[in-house]
Design a binder for this molecule. Sequence first.
Ligand SMILES: [Zn+2]
Length: 90
Amino acid sequence: MAYRRTRCPTIGDMLREVWDVLSSCQKCGLVMQVDLADMIKLRGPKVVLWNRKARCRRIGCSGFVEFQAMAPGIYMHESLRPSDPMPWCI
Ligand SMILES: [Zn+2]
């Protein structure tokens, strides 16, 4: 995962490499598909999801989501969480 992180730091890279990205709320458990193309339209291709948290979209939930991604050739989603032991190197 650390190798893929240096290769795919931004959502623009993730879209190009056809990553499948989910957001998962740590409080209510809501899991949503992240539409990378849509997010790029809204916020630009340079947004980084590694080590990021975002507000849960569920109405009434005050939790935060963390992002999980599945790279091509990998058959499970892996967390993009800060506890990733490898340093962020760009
Ligand atoms: Zn939630």
